[in-house]
Ligand binder design. Structure first.
Ligand SMILES: Nc1ncnc2c1ncn2[C@@H]1O[C@H](COP(=O)(O)OP(=O)(O)OP(=O)(O)O)[C@@H](O)[C@H]1O
Length: 292
């Protein structure tokens, strides 16, 4: 394990100041089980909560599935899981031999979330970081995902234990960083970017959610949360802007009703473009890997 090197700034033991192997960004990617074959893994992260990360994860999965991809969502937001609710899924995952079978949405997206395993969906999960991290690892090692073109990982907000575990333990093809206008102005997005770069996880680009509201009468773009900082953030961090999404009350309504797969509003074009971008970028990466 690297000691006292730049990587260890995220994993130093508080008392000794030395590298903590549990948290170190060493080569500790978990092997995938024999009941799963996953081509691409994309994680959706945000600096802070409530910016629409789960909605973006869900709509990305919907857009991918509409284009014929086999898609799964691993809900790593263990203490605040909202993915099953957005899809209206309540079925408990079944056990098959030594594996857990993911739940399925109406259009066949496979889901795994701690909420599906709780006795009541509103039961709180009061666990410490290492237990949360091991739950996420089990969603990778113990779930029979089957054949997937894309696994989308909905991360908890921030830069705590679980995002660190996911970035170190899962073979991520890249991260999408979701933000909202007021959030981008703050340092939290920069923290997420710095963390990913320290751990050597590629960042695919930025998604600005709730960027503006379209006036239903005149079509004017109203900047509800102030002016956007996404271009500045993209330029300063040398990252592409992959989507700029409006506030759309229909999205909230469908999400609350568990019908997010029915969404066809103005954000969908942004997600279709995002799918094209992922297909092209990740295809290129796969080819480069095969050539190496
Ligand atoms: N573009 C949007 N237009 C309208 N409502 C939105 C939009 N994006 C998200 N929302 C709504 O905002 C709320 C928070 O969204 P979401 O749960 O996706 O955020 P999050 O960042 O994943 O939150 P958390 O950090 O708590 O997991 C939800 O009610 C969702 O329906």
């Amino acid at each position: 394990m690297p000691e006292n090197d730049e990587k260890c700034s995220t994993c130093k033991d508080r008392d000794t100041g030395q590298c903590n192997p549990e948290k170190c960004a060493g080569p500790s990617v978990l092997p995938l089980n024999e009941a799963s074959d996953i081509k691409r893994v994309v994680a959706v992260v945000s600096g802070k909560g409530g910016v629409g990360k789960s909605s973006v994860s869900a709509l990305l999965a919907v857009a991918l599935a509409r284009q014929g991809n086999r898609v799964g969502i691993l809900d790593a937001d263990i203490t605040g899981p909202s993915i099953p609710k957005l899809f209206g899924v309540i079925d408990r995952p079944e056990q098959f031999n030594k594996f857990i079978l993911p739940a399925r949405t109406i259009t066949g997206i496979r889901l795994m979330s701690l909420n599906l395993l709780l006795p009541q969906e509103d039961d709180p999960v009061i666990w410490r970081g290492p237990i949360l991290s091991s739950a996420v690892k089990q969603f990778w090692t113990d779930v029979a995902w089957g054949e997937l073109d894309y696994l989308i990982v909905d991360m908890p907000p921030g830069t705590g234990d679980v995002p660190l575990t996911v970035m170190q333990s899962l073979p991520l093809d890249g991260l999408l960083i979701v933000s909202s206008p007021q959030d981008l102005a703050m340092m939290v997005v920069k923290k997420a970017i710095k963390m990913a770069r320290l751990i050597n996880v590629p960042i695919l680009g930025l998604v600005e959610n709730m960027s503006y509201l379209l006036c239903p009468h005149c079509g004017e773009k109203i900047q509800l949360f102030g002016s956007s900082h996404v271009e500045e953030a993209a330029r300063k961090n040398d990252l592409p802007i992959l989507a700029v999404l409006p506030v759309d009350p229909k999205l909230t309504e469908l999400g609350d009703a568990g019908l997010i797969e029915n969404y066809n509003g103005p954000s969908m074009q942004g997600f279709e473009n995002l799918v094209d971008f992922l297909d092209k970028t990740l295809d290129k990466k796969t080819k480069e890997r095969e050539r190496a």
